[in-house]
Design a protein around this ligand. Structure first.
Ligand SMILES: NC(=O)c1ccc[n+]([C@@H]2O[C@H](COP(=O)([O-])OP(=O)(O)OC[C@H]3O[C@@H](n4cnc5c(N)ncnc54)[C@H](OP(=O)(O)O)[C@@H]3O)[C@@H](O)[C@H]2O)c1
Length: 209
């Protein structure tokens, strides 16, 4: 989230960031960091209580994507201008609409594909409004690259965590042996933030198979 929104996406104070899945693990962090670095944050979530959670975390507006058209709502909120950045985890089904809500020189940061990886779009808006589409994953990066990201977080984000301005949101904690319960909770959708598995050294050795 850091490397996409702030390094690749170059989010600046005063700009507007649209965060999809605002009540999820990535979303709750993106709302808090966007706000802490001076951006206006609009979030989408799938239920009224999840929208409330986004507002409590610092989003200026929350859109219930199950009952509202996020393109129309973003246009209304930004008085037709659109947003500077979209952080998206849905993918294919949202691509055309994400481009629609971007302002001139807007950037789409694609970091997940929960709704699918394929889409057909018109390339016209990219030329007309000088849009950027990018994305990345963390896992295939070298230890050196991961180290650079970690050091950027240490210097730019850790002070905010220490001051309590940004906090990781942990909805529930399960011992590793109850990972199946953690997955059930995740599949139910009834959580805000992260679900954590705890591992005690020596006590959770895999039993084979
Ligand atoms: N590229 C990277 O470096 C990177 C790093 C970390 C994570 N990720 C990816 O980012 C994604 C999100 O991770 P997470 O930890 O935030 O997961 P999460 O806690 O499960 O949150 C995902 C959120 O997405 C929303 N959502 C899911 N499907 C949707 C759809 N079809 N339409 C609209 N909203 C939808 C849900 O919102 P509601 O429940 O409110 O409906 C959910 O809260 C995952 O795909 C993960 O693999 C990528």
């Amino acid at each position: 989230m850091w490397t996409n929104v702030f390094e690749r996406g170059r989010l600046q104070p005063g700009q507007t960031l649209l965060v999809h899945g605002g009540a999820g693990g990535i979303g709750t962090t993106a709302i808090q960091l966007g706000r802490a670095f001076g951006a206006t944050v609009i979030a989408t979530a799938g239920a009224p209580d999840r929208c409330e959670a986004c507002l409590r975390l610092g989003a200026s507006h929350a859109i219930d994507y199950r009952t509202e058209d996020f393109v129309a709502r973003v246009r209304e909120i930004t008085a037709g201008r659109g947003v500077d950045l979209v952080l998206d985890i849905v993918g294919g089904p949202y691509l055309a609409r994400n481009l629609e809500v971007l302002a001139r020189d807007g950037r789409l940061l694609q970091i997940g594909l929960m709704g699918g990886a394929r889409a057909e779009i018109s390339l016209g808006p990219i030329l007309q409004r000088r849009l950027w589409i990018t994305g990345s994953t963390l896992r295939p990066r070298s230890v050196e690259e991961k180290g650079l990201i970690a050091r950027a977080l240490e210097s730019r984000v850790w002070p905010l965590v220490e001051r309590g301005e940004v906090r990781p949101l942990v909805h529930a904690t399960f011992p590793l042996a109850r990972a199946a319960d953690a997955h059930r909770l995740m599949e139910s959708g009834g959580y805000v933030g992260k679900i954590v598995l705890t591992v005690r050294a020596g006590s959770e050795a895999p039993s084979g198979g």
